[in-house]
Design a protein around this ligand. Structure first.
Ligand code: URP
Ligand code: ZN
Ligand code: ZN
Length: 459
């Protein structure tokens, strides 16, 4: 045996039990009590949780956006992810307007393959949907890419898809079995509000949020859900931030549509008060931070299953990049870091505060993303035959989050000074250690592209 993890508390979405886990050839080969001690490496996990590796289904590494490029490349970004207990990321390949989907995948794999230290997959972020490209979709699915993001906003940035295109992709998703991911904000209204604020000289960071009030997301989510129900398509709303959107999703789920929602740690834990601080622009992302009521509603949505996943939307811009919009919020590149802090923040604020169980944490950070994005049962579970993507999590490990102890290339943390109790201490990808007792032991380029199968609906 290559690796034996002894005496840990193994966590699944439904159970927590004491067991040893044996690994050989990158796969889990044994789970049980008192497995024979002979292995090349034996790690004692007594008093620790043993979790299926986290899957972060929403990252933006080396992404050109709003006149600049995210600073975390695939090496920095996946190293940070590994320290946070993530063993697979799903990154958005942004379609250059003049490129086909297959060319876009090639472009993204060219950036990622030499650098990733954990496994990764690709979503196609559609910016220019033509009839020819719709015909290309079966080949894209065969290339292992089975999810497509469409943007309702960002018209001026050249990313927006209109409702007709969203409708047609939802029709195709039903026919071919892929998942449509939707960034839901009402573009016309937010553009109108931005223009009015800019004209009145209201240019500080708080006007980013004031230009995108809750209903801007709620209405767009409603519209997306109606289109999904009308077509019978498969819809996943990314980075949900509002109680209004959540209520729309709950209703459409109750009506039986195949629709899902994702939220992010920052929408669960931070509020729009951050925009009032002198460095408020660091917190500019879209949709923006909301109120305490929204935070709590989203926690409830996770606990009751309305929301299926937590993802990070890891999208890193340095202070200097954020300063592009020092005097005008419309020029601030949108996005915040998160892939290293997701699991510690969820554990401390969710499990630690009894908002969710540790089993729910595993469900929304590993099992559900694996199922929805066609990675299951290779990933997302600790089962015989699955990839040995395993995290040892120490519930007693205390840390004050700071740019000084995080591993992204970014030069600040949105959680500076935030105290967490509970940290991943070991991260194994296909049985190989990437983080070992909080030390990086991985290798650039050792991660693999994971071709995915079709989307599997959640029960
Ligand atoms: O502000 C955000 N969310 N930036 C990343 C791009 C996106 O819309 O996901
Ligand atoms: Zn988005
Ligand atoms: Zn995003």
């Amino acid at each position: 045996m290559d690796l034996l993890i002894k005496n840990g508390n193994v966590v699944t979405p439904t159970d927590t039990f004491k067991a040893d886990i044996g690994v050989e050839g990158g796969k889990i080969v044994a789970i049980g009590s008192d497995l024979p001690k002979k292995a090349k490496d034996v790690v004692d996990a007594k008093g620790k949780y043993v979790l299926p590796g986290g899957i972060d289904p929403h990252t933006h590494m080396e992404m050109p956006f709003m006149g600049t490029t995210t600073v975390d490349d695939f090496e920095y970004g996946t190293t940070a992810a590994a320290f946070g207990g993530i063993t697979t990321i799903l990154d958005f390949a942004i379609q250059p307007k003049d490129k086909t989907f297959l060319d876009t995948i090639k472009l993204w794999r060219g950036k990622a393959d030499p650098k990733v230290v954990i496994d990764y997959g690709i979503h196609l972020a559609v910016t220019n949907l033509t009839e020819d490209l719709v015909k290309e979709i079966p080949k894209v699915l065969s290339a292992g890419v089975c999810s497509f993001k469409l943007f309702m906003p960002y018209r001026k940035e050249g990313l927006m898809s209109d409702d007709g295109r969203i409708y047609s992709m939802l029709e195709e998703s039903r026919r071919l079995g892929f998942l449509v991911q939707l960034h839901a904000e009402n573009n016309a209204v937010l553009e109108f509000l931005i223009e009015r604020n800019v004209a009145a000289g209201r240019l500080s960071a708080e006007y980013h949020a004031k230009s995108r009030p809750n209903f801007v997301e709620g209405e767009a989510i409603h519209r997306g859900l109606v289109l999904a129900a009308a077509t019978g398509g498969n819809l996943y709303i990314v980075h949900m931030s509002t109680k209004e959107g959540l209520a729309e999703l709950a209703l459409m789920k109750a009506m039986g549509a195949n629709v899902y929602g994702e939220t992010c740690p920052h929408y669960l834990t931070l509020t729009d008060e951050k925009y009032l601080s002198p460095k408020g622009r660091r917190y500019i992302m879209s949709p923006p931070l909301r109120s305490k009521d929204d935070n709590e509603a989203l926690w409830c949505g996770l606990a009751d299953g309305t929301l299926s996943t937590v993802a990070t939307d890891h999208c890193t811009f340095t202070n200097a990049q954020k300063d592009m919009g020092k005097d005008n919020f419309t020029k601030v590149p949108n996005g915040v870091p998160g892939t290293e802090t997701m699991i510690p923040v969820l554990y401390s604020q969710g499990v630690g505060q009894k908002r969710i169980s540790i089993n729910k944490m595993v469900e929304v950070t590993s099992y559900n993303p694996a199922k929805l994005f066609g990675l299951y049962p290779r990933k997302g579970t600790l089962n015989i035959g699955s990839d040995a993507d395993i995290v040892i999590f120490d519930p007693k490990f205390e840390m004050e989050l700071s740019v000084k102890n995080l591993h992204s290339k970014i030069d600040y943390s949105i959680y500076e000074g935030f105290k967490v109790k509970g940290m991943p201490t070991y991260t194994f990808v296909r049985g190989k250690p990437v983080v070992y007792d909080r030390k990086f032991v991985g290798k650039k380029g050792s991660g693999k592209f994971v071709p995915r199968t079709k989307h599997q609906p959640l029960e």
